[in-house]
Each structure stands twice: as structure tokens, then as C-alpha cells.
Design a protein around this ligand. Structure first.
Ligand code: KG4
Ligand code: ZN
Length: 366
């Protein structure tokens, strides 16, 4: 079976072709980063217009790279929720049109489930159930117990900002470009490299400043809710703490010292987020006797998070496997939607349907 998948839920226009016998044949992602950089974030109206421009060339390229044509496609899978309505509509209407004109069955897909199935693009045999999955993206931060394919139970989620959203907002405070996550991570990495070369990057003025003595300890910012008994998260306090400490820092230090301390603040912020996410995930894995710990979603591209969860899983449990998709499949892409559709078809969860009467939705749980 050959599946054509389409994903346009936020600011990436993507199409993929997946063959259930041969695996992934193509995955094309047109990013809108350059457009949204100008406004420091995604403007929904601008995003949907860019999808309209990109969707047909992206679709064409995906078919060409897979050396196939629309006629040879057996199923169309399209993300219909959750996401930005205007963006989702572009992908869904394109998919419905192809389905209607060529008489192909169509599968409406959940974007969050797609992120989880990024783990299965390469048919992951290490992914055993029950699994504890940390789904971390720009719009979601959830801990999920997965008892089997397609069987989910929410263990906890963020009560305010998503982890990716916190990265993006803190980047704005520090005047780093959009998207915040990779840029904060790169600055934090710069700091780590410098200390490993014994080149302490911050000036003597900063080191001597009494209110910032703990900068560089990796424990400068609060770990909100890290020790709460539930599996929920909160990142808005951390974000506000970065804002206040940064304003205070700017007030008390010269411009060169301020510029020079950006990598240090990024490092401290990243350490706090990674510590909170990892601690809660490990606790959930212990409580629910998980055989697999997995992370997925845009923030799962974060190297520090991948490394820390991997190390703590290995140290704490003997037989638990740690699964994380390759970095290119952590952010939004259609390959993950196709892999998810392939599992649903295999498990007959999603029957062959030609019904075009489904909506797009901004919110939808798993
Ligand atoms: O899954 P995704 O592409 O889109 C949503 O479904 O939201 O996630 C995007 C989020 C953004 O907030 C972005 O800043 C964050 O993922 N992100 C990262 C990294 N790469 C992307 N956050 C931390 N470190 C990264 N390396
Ligand atoms: Zn996403």
C-alpha cells in the first residue's frame, strides 16, 4: 500500500510518500521560518497564505522524489487537528480534492499522534509497551501512557505554557531570532564549549556581581512543579523568572557584559527545562513500569534533552529502552503522519473511507 500524507497544521508545508512494504519513499518539508522571523513568531493569516503557495509544489516534489504518481497512491492521509485553522484547511482541502477527483480513500489524522509515530517511521522494534511518552512541542507538553498502538492515557500536561512556547518566549526576552528553541540551544552549547575549554565567557564584572553569583551553576532558575506529586508541568513561572533576572542583570551590568552573558542565561534556562522534563518523565516511567521511554515533538530535537533522558533511563532502569525519532522527524513533517496512517490501516483502526465530511479542529486530544 502506498500512502500520500499531507501536513500543514502550523508553519511547515509537508508531503510524504510511504510504502508499507518499502518504507518511507520521500518527505518534503517547506519551512516558513524566514517569513516568520520578521515578526518574531507565526502570524496565522500569513502562515495559511504561505501554505497555499507551497502546497502544490511540495506535493509534486514528494511524488517525484518517491518516483511515483498520484494514480499509484492507495490512500491519502491528512492532518485535520489540532493546529491553526487556516493552515489546516489548506492541507485538508487539497487532500479532499485529490481524494474526490481520483477516487482515493482518505484518512483524517491527529497531529499529536503523528508526533508519537515519528518513532515508527523506521519501524522501530525497540518500542515496547507499556511506553511512557513525553510529547513536547510549541503547543503541547504532555506525558502519555501508551499501552499499545493507538491506546493513550494522559498522565499529565502543562498547566500554562508549552515547553517549546517557553523557549520561544525566552528567546524574545534575550532578543534572539525566531524560532527560539534551536537558537537558545545553540547559545547554551556555546557556553558549554567555552567552559570545557576553560575559557570562562563572562566578564569579571558579572562574576563579582552578588545577585548573580549562582549563574553558571546550572541551577540558577527555579524548577516549578518538579517535585509535585502529579505529572503536570508549569513553565510560565520559569519564563517570568528569566525575564526579571535578565532585566535586573541589564540594569546592573555594562552592555558588553550583558551581551556576553546571553549564552549563560540560555544555558541556565535550558538546564532548568531539561531537568524538569526529565525528572517527571523518569518518575512516570517508574510508576507505570514502562518498558519504553520516548520523547517526540519539536523540542525533542533538543540535544541536551535527548542526552539527559537517555542517560537517566540507562542509569535508573536495566531493561527499559529509550526511543527518540531522528532530529529531522521531531519537528512537523508528513512522514510521521504517513507512518501513523500505516499503523492505523494495519490495525484496522481506520477503515477504508471515502467520506469527505470531516472538519478541521484547533483542539483535539489523542
Ligand atoms: O512540533 P513542532 O515543530 O510544532 C508544533 O507542533 O508546535 O515544535 C515547534 C517547537 C518550537 O517551539 C521550537 O522552538 C521548538 O519546537 N524547538 C526546540 C528545538 N527545535 C525546535 N526547542 C528546543 N530545542 C531545540 N533544538
Ligand atoms: Zn507539531
Amino acid at each position: 500500500m502506498r500512502i500520500l500524507a499531507i501536513e500543514t497544521s502550523c508553519d511547515e508545508t509537508s508531503a510524504a510518500v510511504y510504502d508499507t512494504a518499502e518504507g518511507l519513499l520521500s518527505n518534503v518539508v517547506a519551512s516558513q521560518i524566514d517569513i516568520h522571523k520578521k515578526t518574531g513568531g507565526v502570524v496565522p493569516e500569513v502562515a495559511s497564505r504561505a501554505h497555499v503557495e507551497q502546497i502544490l509544489p511540495v506535493l509534486d516534489e514528494a511524488l517525484q522524489k518517491a518516483k511515483t504518481s498520484l494514480k499509484k497512491i492507495d490512500y491519502i492521509a491528512v492532518t485535520h487537528a489540532p493546529g491553526l485553522i487556516g493552515s489546516l484547511l489548506v492541507g485538508v482541502n487539497t487532500a479532499k480534492m485529490v481524494s474526490a477527483v481520483l477516487d482515493k480513500p482518505i484518512l483524517p489524522m491527529n497531529h499529536l499522534e503523528g508526533h508519537i509515530y515519528a518513532n515508527f517511521i523506521d519501524r522501530n522494534k525497540n518500542f515496547k509497551f507499556p511506553a511512557v511518552v513525553l510529547l513536547v512541542s510549541g503547543g503541547h507538553t504532555s506525558l502519555i501512557l501508551m499501552k499499545d498502538h493507538g491506546k493513550y492515557k494522559y498522565l499529565g500536561e502543562t498547566l500554562d505554557d508549552a515547553a517549546g512556547e517557553a523557549f520561544d518566549k525566552v528567546a524574545r526576552v534575550l532578543e534572539l531570532p525566531y524560532p527560539g528553541g534551536p537558537n537558545i540551544s545553540a547559545e547554551a552549547e556555546r557556553y558549554r564549549r567555552q567552559i570545557s575549554n576553560f575559557q570562562f565567557p563572562i566578564s569579571n564584572e558579572v562574576v563579582a556581581s552578588p545577585q548573580h553569583k549562582e549563574l553558571g551553576s546550572g541551577k540558577f532558575f527555579p524548577r516549578s512543579m518538579m517535585d509535585s506529586k502529579d505529572f503536570n508541568f508549569s513553565f510560565s513561572g520559569l519564563k517570568t523568572s528569566v525575564l526579571y533576572k535578565w532585566q535586573d542583570f541589564i540594569k546592573n551590568n555594562s552592555k558588553p557584559s550583558t551581551l556576553n552573558a546571553i549564552p549563560l542565561f540560555c544555558y541556565e534556562f535550558e538546564e532548568a527545562v531539561v531537568d524538569i522534563l526529565t525528572t517527571k518523565t523518569i518518575k512516570a516511567a517508574e510508576k507505570y513500569k514502562a518498558k519504553t521511554v520516548s520523547i517526540c515533538g519539536g523540542v525533542a530535537a533538543n540535544k541536551r534533552l535527548r542526552e539527559e533522558i537517555g542517560v537517566r533511563v540507562k542509569n535508573k532502569f536495566k531493561k527499559v529502552s529509550f526511543c527518540v525519532p531522528p532530529i529531522e522527524y521531531c519537528g512537523d513533517n508528513a512522514a510521521m503522519i504517513a507512518a501513523c496512517a500505516a499503523y492505523q490501516l494495519k490495525n484496522k483502526k481506520n477503515k477504508k473511507s471515502f467520506n469527505l465530511d470531516f472538519e478541521v479542529m484547533s483542539n483535539k486530544e489523542l
